[in-house]
Each structure stands twice: as structure tokens, then as C-alpha cells.
Design a protein around this ligand. Structure first.
Ligand code: B1N
Length: 827
């Protein structure tokens, strides 16, 4: 059968519908050999794995192409409102497996490669994942575009084609060393460059006022340099529905390959420097997760992709001569955090300066075209740009921001006359320590809706981060709890579990995840439990093979797999996890507990630290040091093991999460906006040990207290303790186990006697402990004891694990998208 709907031919399809090859092994083989011979230019007999991978990717692309072209035609003809998802990050993960899944070609491709004498697993492994994001925020964007395609909602994902994504992490002497991620080096079969759709982006210069033909005072921008944005299109296939949406990533290019004047004067190096400067804009992803550094190049990146994207939609995607007063009927730009917020003054500039709208009308249109998602509560993560920098790079935008602010504050003044405190607290412009622009305020004022990413986060956003704004506009604030795509993170990552589920309840759950509820009765079915446990065991064995091949790590077959994978950040408290491990180890080597009485556990960490985040890097060093010591200690052999595979990424997550028994979600309450790893684990049948933070709260409510290990202070308790004056040493003094644990860590036991090597992390915990790990230590240990107790009862554990799966359907990103459609996008 053919892929893609067979629609009557429209004028755009004058040359006839594009057809995919038949979905048969024969046609697949033919298409593959064709790509290999004519696309790649090699004979099968002389082809490398990379040749074969590229040809296979291009073959699968052929099956998506008809749907992509057809979706494009439908989008242009239907006039439906489009979601313009603006995100500086997309953490896509490997594309080949996902494309095979979306087209239902997995079995055919397997067989076709076999007939060619090729091991398809080696080809899958050849793909370098596009790591164009840091962590949860970037992965969320990738899940959202997957869901919108699967739901056949018109969406264009706009972002940056970084030449280097998130760095590749390696360890040397237990320390993180970053290696550039040249993901494009072997060729990238998934992208389609469109240099003919280049967009010019201006920077710098000054503004001037002038009088227009109707005698109105106006301002205009006289920029002094510019770059070109070249779009690279990626397919975003829906799950077996023929829809293929587009991800449009922008790459920066110098306006003129050489500045001829400089070149002719003989200064070749200077000419090339100008080019390098321009092309630096999309060179590399900033590797900070939740702590932006305020660097000039980052602001350039933000404006670059936003200016390209707005131009692309208004000039190239809308019909010619479209009446821009109706823009809000055709587009809603969703701002993925504050990174693209400069789009708000940019649209004002387009409407007022370029299209001649008067201010009020332009402002009315603009606000309807944006909605803002906030992803954090950490004050240091709220982006603020110095007015000096913004004015130097984007003088007209700064002017527009000042006017937006002035008019907004006048409006507030009318509602609250004389309340200058309130007015100052709501100003987009902060005056201290230097004059600067608060991007979250600009986003809030310039958007129709503002949302947080989990119930608790949205509540804290209203009450703590933007209280004056949420009082002023109660209706503007809403919540949409994050979600994850079940296609990649269950169906693809956990084929065994998927088959087991489908066997019992049919396959509808893949696009309607609440159907997992139908699994609940099977929690009490002993045969099902046995099958479920066997799936988990098989996934562990698969993981161990991967870790063995990838990192040379050997792990025992039968131990609880206790996993903490996420970016390294103090608020996430990897150090608290480390205290638990060291405490357990200390109990055994001090003789307080017999090794044979412990529940065997394998602890797995995965975490990258921002290269400039010192404490995070010290924590990585300490985890690696503890791992090496424990793994080499005969006294705890096969009882405690610690693995820290380097370079945790989406590819590894897909192997790790399905194998996990225990999911560690232990951030200090009130700090993790949502978390999404937590959802992936629950849906793959891990139990969670976690604090009342982010989406953990909702996971626990759904799976039930009996199936979740809760510990730690609540957010109000954290606030209260902070107000009373938090003193970490008091916990050290009063808790014997904590003291023994810290003393062992501090005494050089894990660092070959070098006390200095562990001092920074230990001292930080004892003297500052900004995220109160010591206050939650005992509660955490107690909860881990409860984990052990339940784990000893295999039936009880498996029952809870099944209920976690059955009750977590809410966390599908399809549901998140429905919530956005209903509550925010009105589409
Ligand atoms: O966004 C995720 C949430 O699940 C996480 O809780 C949250 O920490 C994460 C600046 C960020 N918030 N802020 C960022 C990333 C990069 C950057 O340069 C901030 N990431 C999150 C999805 O909602």
C-alpha cells in the first residue's frame, strides 16, 4: 500500500502526486540500493557502514516525502491556525528509528537489510543524535512537535541549527572533559537546506526619527551589520497518520563570502575574519541548563533565529497580501521560556516600522500572537539583558521595549494610583545593579497567556515569581503540565513492554495513553506480573550489554537498578544521592550492617555539568571517585555497584529508563519546575523515590501514595526553615549516620587519602548547603529503607510498577498539546 493520503490533484501537484515506494521488502531493497548506488555513489560490496546508514536514512525519507509534501499543501490551502513553536533548543535524539517507527517500516527494513547482508543494528548505531538542546526544556520541545504531528495539528518548530550541539562528555581522572559535538561530520541525511529561502538579519547601528508622508513622527533603525539565515528543514512525522510537519532550523551565513574591498586590499585574513564572525552565531549551543550567562553571542543567537522565523512566517508562509490585522487567526507563537522573547518587540517593529500600523493596533495584534511558557523558578535562571548590550545590538528593539513599558506602567498607574512600589516592581526595566531588561516581564506583558509546566510550579509562578502580574491579570495565568511522547519513550525504547501491553489491551494506547488504565486489573494477575518482571529483567540485560560495549562497565545481573539521570545541578541534589550511597557503604564496611542483609543495588548516574559550573564538576569528580572505590571493594562486591556512564543523552536514556527499577527525583521542593524524566520512568514501570516537587506531585497523586516513595520537606517547610535560619552543621552534629557518612567522604577514603579532593563538595554541604540536602538526609534514608522493604517482596514491587504504568497515561505530551490547544492556543 501507498503512504500518504491520495488527494485529488491541486494546482500545486500539477506534476502528479509524489508516491512512496511500496511497503514491501523488495521495493525497500530496490530503493535502498538505488540510494546507495546513485545517491551515495558506491557499490554495496564496497560500501562502508556510514554509506549504508546514509542510504538507509534516505530510503526511509522517501517513504515520508509524499506525506510531507501533502501536509505542506494542506496547510497552505486550509488556512488553519499554525502553532509557531519558538525554541532555542530541540533535543531530538536519533531520527532513523523514529522514522521507521512512524512509517511502520521496522520489520520491512530489518528484512531488507538482512537480504543485503547488513546488520541494521550497526546502522542504527552509526547515527549521531542531534543534541541541539541541554536537557528537559529542549527534549520537551521535541516531544511537543512529535505530538502535534501525531495529532495532525499545523505546527512549525523554529530553532537554531547549531553546528555543534551539547558537548560530548568524557571523563579523565574522574573529571569531566568536554569534547565538541560535531554531529554533522558524517553527513546529515535528515536535513534539507533551502538557501533560496535565506533571510537577512540586521544588527547594531542606531535609530533616527523622521516624519512620514502623513506627517507622523516615526522612528527607524539604521543597522550597521547583518547576516543571512539559511533554513534547514527537518521532517517531523506523525505516528502512522501520513502527517509530516516541519522543523525549520536556521544557520547563520556571512552576507558576502568575502568583503571584496578588504580582500582586494590584500588583507585576506581580515576578510575571512568577518565571515567567521557572522557564522559564529549558529556555531555552538550554550551548554548552560537553567543558568544563562548573559553573553552577547547568546543574544545574537536569540534575535537571529526569532527574526528569521517571524520573517519566514509573515513573508513566505502566509498568502501574498495577507491582511496582517488578522494575523492572530493564523499564528500563535509559543515562547519556549524567555529565550525567544525578543520576538515580541520584533513583531512590533515589523508592524509599526515596516507595515505602517499605528502603535495601539500593532500592540493589540502582537499580544494575541504570543503565549509564554516559563520553565523555572530559580531567580538566577530568569533572563535579564543589560540595557547597554541590548541597545548596542538592537537599538530599535530597546526603544520599543521602553515604550511598551511606559504605556504598560501608565495603565497600571490608573488602576493603582500612587502605588509607586507596585509600579516599580512591575517595570520591565530594572535599575540595579545596572539598567537591564527583565525578559520574563516583557514576555508576560506581551503575551495572551502565561503558563508554568506543572501544577505546583504554576502556583509558585503566580505567587512568588510574578505575583503582581497574576493579581493584575488573573485570567492570563494557567498551567499546562508537561508530558513526554509515548512513541519514543515507550513504544520505541521499550519494545518488550509495548508488546506485552498491546497483547493485553490492544495498540490504541500509543496515541491515547489514558488507555493504559485498562492494565490496572492485570496488576493482580500473577502470570502478568511474571511477564512484566521478565520484561524488566530483559531490559536490564540489554542495558548491561550496552554499557559493557559503550563504557566497558560490568554490572551484576541481579540487583535493584537505582537510577538518577538528569543535568548536574545543586538543586537536583545528586550530592544527596551520593550521601545515601556512601552511607549504605559505610554501614557495611563499619560492620553495622552485614553485606548479605543488604538489598543488592546498582546505582546509575548520568549527568553533564555546565563547563563553567565549578561545584557541579566537583560533584561529578566525587561521584566517579566513590564509584571507583566502591566497585573495587571486595566487601561490597555484588551488593553495591556504582556506574556513571559518560555522555548521558537521549540515546542512552532510551536504554537506561526501560531497565530502571527505581527513579530518583529528589530535588529540593520548590526548585524543579516539572521534570520530565520522572514521567518517562513511571511509564516504563519504575517506582519513584521523590520529593513533593514539580510533576512528582501529580505523579504521586495519580499512582497513589502506596506506589510512590515520598520524602522530604514540602515547599512551605523549606521556606519556613530558610526564614528561621538554616544551619547544615546542626544536622551533622545531631545525626550519627550523617556524621559517619560525611566523615568518610571528607577523610580521603574515596580519593586515595587526598582530603583536599573531596573538600569543596563536603565544605559546601556543611557550611552553605543552599539546597538543604542535609535537612532531607534522614527522611531520604528512611524512604530508601521502605524501598528495600518493598523490593524484597517481588510481588508487591511488580504490582506497584504495573500500577505506575497503568496510571501515568496523563503524562503523554499528546495531553499536554490538547491542554495548550484548549487553554492557550484556541486552535
Ligand atoms: O525545563 C523542563 C522542566 O521539566 C525542568 O524542571 C526545568 O528545569 C527545565 C536556560 C533552561 N528550565 N529552564 C531551563 C534550559 C536552558 C537554558 O539556557 C534555562 N530548563 C528548564 C521542561 O519544562
Amino acid at each position: 500500500h501507498r503512504i500518504g493520503p491520495t488527494m485529488p490533484m491541486s494546482s500545486e501537484r500539477a506534476s502528479g502526486p509524489v508516491e512512496a515506494p511500496d511497503k514491501t521488502v523488495e521495493e525497500f531493497v530496490a530503493a535502498f540500493l538505488n540510494e546507495l548506488n546513485f545517491g551515495q555513489g558506491v557499490l554495496l560490496s564496497r560500501s562502508t557502514i556510514n554509506d549504508q546508514y546514509l542510504a538507509l536514512a534516505r530510503t526511509v525519507r522517501q517513504y515520508l516525502m509524499a506525506g510531507w509534501l501533502e501536509t505542506g499543501v494542506q496547510r497552505r490551502e486550509s488556512g488553519r491556525k499554525t502553532i509557531g513553536y519558538l525554541s532555542a533548543e530541540y533535543l531530538l535524539g536519533r531520527q532513523l528509528s523514529n522514522a521507521l517507527l512512524a512509517t511502520d517500516l521496522q520489520d520491512i527494513a530489518d528484512e531488507a537489510m538482512k537480504q543485503c547482508g547488513i546488520d541494521i543494528a550497526a546502522l542504527r548505531a552509526q547515527e549521531i543524535e542531534p543534541g541541539l538542546g541541554n536537557g528537559g526544556l529542549g527534549r520537551l520541545a521535541a516531544c511537543f512537535v512529535d505530538s502535534l504531528a501525531t495529532m495532525d495539528v499545523p505546527c512549525i518548530g523554529y530553532g537554531i541549527r547549531y553546528e555543534y550541539g551539547i558537548f560530548r562528555q568524557t571523563f579523565e581522572d574522574n573529571r569531566q572533559v568536554e569534547v565538541p559535538d560535531s554531529w554533522l561530520s558524517l553527513g546529515s541525511p535528515w536535513e534539507f537546506p533551502h538557501p533560496e529561502r535565506q533571510v537577512r538579519v540586521d544588527f547594531g547601528g542606531r535609530t533616527e526619527t523622521y516624519t512620514d508622508d502623513q506627517g507622523r513622527e516615526r522612528s527607524r533603525w539604521i543597522p550597521d551589520w547583518n547576516v543571512l539565515g539559511i533554513p534547514y528543514h527537518h521532517m517531523v512525522p506523525g505516528f502512522r497518520n501520513g502527517t509530516v510537519n516541519t522543523l525549520r532550523l536556521w544557520s547563520a551565513k556571512a552576507t558576502q563570502a568575502f568583503d571584496l574591498q578588504i580582500f582586494n586590499s590584500g588583507d585576506y585574513a581580515a576578510a575571512v575574519r568577518a565571515q567567521t564572525f557572522a557564522e559564529n552565531i549558529s556555531k555552538v549551543l550554550y551548554p548552560e541548563d537553567s543558568t544563562p550567562q548573559g553573553k552577547e553571542l547568546r543574544l545574537q543567537q536569540q534575535y537571529f533565529f526569532v527574526a528569521c522565523s517571524l520573517h519566514d512566517f509573515i513573508q513566505n508562509t502566509l498568502p501574498q497580501d495577507f491582511d496582517l490585522r488578522r494575523l492572530p487567526e493564523r499564528i500563535i507563537f509559543q515562547l519556549n521560556d524567555t529565550h525567544p522573547v525578543i520576538a515580541i518587540p520584533e513583531l512590533m517593529r515589523i508592524l509599526v516600522d515596516r507595515k505602517g500600523f499605528d502603535w495601539d493596533e500593532a500592540w493589540d495584534i502582537t499580544r494575541q500572537c504570543f503565549a509564554y511558557t516559563c520553565h523555572t523558578l530559580l531567580p538566577e535562571a530568569l533572563e535579564v539583558w543589560s540595557a547597554e548590550l541590548l541597545g548596542r545590538l538592537l537599538p530599535r528593539h530597546l526603544e520599543i521595549i521602553y515604550r511598551i513599558n511606559k504605556e504598560f506602567l501608565e495603565e497600571v498607574r490608573e488602576t493603582f494610583p500612587g502605588d509607586e512600589m507596585r509600579i516599580r516592581s512591575m517595570s520591565i526595566i530594572a535599575e540595579h545593579p545596572e539598567r537591564s531588561v527583565r525578559m520574563a516581564y516583557l514576555a508576560t506583558i506581551g503575551s495572551s497567556k502565561v503558563n508554568g509546566v506543572a501544577e505546583l510550579h504554576s502556583q509558585l509562578l503566580r505567587d512568588k515569581v510574578l505575583p503582581e502580574f497574576s493579581q493584575y491579570w488573573t485570567e492570563k495565568f494557567t498551567n499546562v503540565t508537561n508530558g513526554i511522547t509515548p512513541r519514543r519513550f515507550v513504544f520505541l525504547a521499550n519494545r518488550r513492554l509495548s508488546d506485552l501491553i498491546t497483547d493485553k489491551i490492544g495498540s490504541g494506547w500509543v496515541t491515547d495513553l489514558e488507555r493504559l488504565r485498562d492494565l490496572e486489573p492485570y496488576a493482580d494477575d500473577a502470570d502478568f506480573r511474571a511477564e512484566f518482571a521478565a520484561v524488566k529483567q530483559a531490559n536490564k540485560e540489554r542495558l548491561f550489554k550496552v554499557l559493557q560495549a559503550r563504557d566497558g562497565i560490568e554490572l551484576p545481573e541481579h540487583a535493584m537498578l537505582d537510577v538518577m539521570v538528569k543535568r548536574l545541578h545543586e538543586y537536583k541534589r545528586q550530592s544527596l544521592k551520593l550521601l545515601h550511597i556512601v552511607s549504605t557503604y559505610e554501614s557495611i564496611i563499619s560492620g553495622r550492617m552485614r553485606a548479605e542483609d543488604a538489598v543488592p543495588r546498582t546505582f546509575v548516574f548520568g549527568a553533564k555539568a555546565a563547563p563553567g559550573y565549578h561545584m557541579a564538576k566537583e560533584t561529578i569528580f566525587l561521584i566517579n571517585s566513590v564509584a571507583a572505590t566502591i566497585n573495587a571493594d571486595e566487601r561490597v562486591k555484588d551488593v553495591l555497584s556504582v556506574a556513571f556512564p559518560a555522555n548521558y543523552n537521549v540515546t542512552l536514556a532510551e536504554k537506561l529508563i526501560p531497565a530502571a527499577d527505581l527513579s530518583e527525583q529528589i530535588s529540593l521542593a520548590g526548585k524543579e519546575a516539572s521534570g520530565t524524566g520522572n514521567m518517562k520512568f513511571a511509564l516504563n514501570g519504575a517506582l519513584t523515590i521523590g520529593t513533593d516537587d514539580g510533576a512528582n506531585v501529580e505523579i504521586r497523586q495519580l499512582v497513589g501514595d502506596d506506589n510512590f516513595f515520598l520524602f522530604g520537606m514540602t515547599e512551605p517547610e523549606v521556606e519556613q526553615l530558610r526564614a528561621e535560619g538554616y544551619q547544615p552543621t546542626s544536622y551533622y552534629r545531631s545525626n550519627d549516620r550523617l556524621r559517619a557518612t560525611i566523615d568518610l567522604l571528607a577523610g580521603g577514603h574515596f580519593t586515595r587519602g587526598d582530603r583536599a579532593a573531596s573538600a569543596q563538595v563536603v565544605d559546601n554541604l556543611l557550611t552553605q548547603d543552599p539546597f538543604m540536602a542535609l535537612a532531607d538526609f534522614q527522611g531520604y534514608l528512611d524512604a530508601q529503607d521502605r524501598v528495600d522493604a518493598v523490593y524484597r517482596d517481588t510481588d508487591a514491587w511488580t504490582r506497584s510498577a504495573i500500577l505506575n504504568v497503568a496510571r501515568s497515561g496523563f503524562f503523554s505530551s499528546d495531553r499536554s498539546m490538547r491542554d495548550y490547544l484548549d487553554r492557550i492556543w484556541n486552535a
